[in-house]
Design a protein around this ligand. Sequence first.
Ligand SMILES: [Zn+2]
Length: 94
Amino acid sequence: MPLYEFKCRGCSERLEKLWKNFNPPDSIECTECGSEDTFRIVSRVAFKRDVVSKLDSLDPRYDKMVDNAIGNTQSADPYKYISKSIPLSAADTD
Ligand SMILES: [Zn+2]
């Protein structure tokens, strides 16, 4: 839900109003002096973000860190470990 800010021309009070959609009113009634002579401040709009948009805004370096960490695990490249093993017939069984 977007949060809109208004300012009262009468008393200069800043007002915040949660609005249920993205079409806020041009003015609201001032809670301080009751004046309807308020105007919307468009610079600050805050709204609750969902988890996906939070993930999208993560630092791209984080992805690289995760890739590097996974790349160093055994499950990332099992053949790397298999190639180091030797056939049983060649193993020193003494
Ligand atoms: Zn006012």
